[in-house]
Design a protein around this ligand. Structure first.
Ligand code: PEP
Length: 262
């Protein structure tokens, strides 16, 4: 039986919006979704602010009993100790983070994070009860040399090395060439890779968990193109970068059901 996966619309703010701006944004986002009578049972909406915003976001969401979820953009593979500048999964958990992004292409590129380090981060997130959102995706050169699925599938295998069957994870397929470029993959391209990722998940974490795992598409997602992705059987949401900083746009993406027409 195929599990019913609750779609996840995730906004990666990257290094944008300070803690005061984050409060204003989250308040307005919650109002916008409330005005639209948004059904949180039909889709989860999560934001990923910078670390310095998390306490403010947590306090607001908790005080106002908002149904928005939130998470960190990275975490340390270590639990505590002499790791200057790093953030433990334990600290994210203590702030009620539901999720943490791991292996975003910008961290792979600018911080040279390796698949082995990312596997250790995935393990750390799971150890602390924070759901990892593991990002995988090919560059334009990878696409030309190896085709669409080879690199994302290899990154998934490496990132989940050591993860037990049944693990609760989210996978984000983000072709590097589509991130911030304005040139999104086609829904068919996203589906092709998402299907290959799900087949790999069956091997890695078992049928049931693979069926239950949300696979997101990320890369130049906007309100105008979200419907095409959400119509694909193996795409269960979106990881949104630039458009997640535009309140009206992100709110509209979250309300993808209106565009999909179901
Ligand atoms: C991202 O950085 O995860 C992303 C998908 O960015 P954008 O939506 O701006 O392409």
């Amino acid at each position: 039986m195929v599990a019913k996966r609750v779609p996840l619309i995730a906004g990666n703010w990257k290094m944008n919006l300070d803690h005061l701006q984050s409060i204003a944004f989250v308040q307005k986002l919650a109002w916008s979704l409330k005005d639209a009578r948004f059904d949180y049972a039909g889709a989860e909406v999560a934001i990923f602010p910078p670390f310095t915003d998390l306490r403010s976001v947590q306090t607001l969401i908790s005080a106002d009993k908002l149904e928005l979820k939130f998470g960190g953009q990275d975490l340390s593979a270590h639990d505590s100790g002499a790791y200057t500048g790093e953030i433990s999964g334990a600290f994210l958990k203590a702030l009620d983070c539901s999720y943490v992004i791991i292996g975003h292409s910008e961290r792979r590129q600018y911080h040279h994070e390796t698949d082995e380090e990312l596997a250790a981060k995935v393990a750390a997130a799971i150890r602390h009860g924070v759901v990892p959102v593991l990002c995988v995706g090919e560059t334009a050169e990878d696409l030309e040399q190896h085709g669409p699925s080879a690199v994302p599938v290899a990154q998934l295998r490496a990132g989940l090395a050591g993860v037990e069957a049944g693990a609760d994870i989210v996978v984000a397929y983000e072709p590097v060439w589509a991130i911030g470029s304005g040139q999104a993959a086609t829904p068919e391209q996203a589906e092709q890779v998402a299907a290959a990722l799900r087949a790999t998940l069956v091997e890695l974490i078992g049928h049931e968990a693979a069926d239950a795992t949300r696979i997101l598409y990320g890369g130049s997602v906007k309100a105008a193109n979200i419907a095409g992705f959400m119509r694909q059987p193996n795409v269960d949401g979106a990881l949104v970068g630039g458009a997640s900083l535009d309140l009206a746009e992100f709110s509209s993406i979250a309300q993808f059901q209106k565009h999909v027409g179901t």
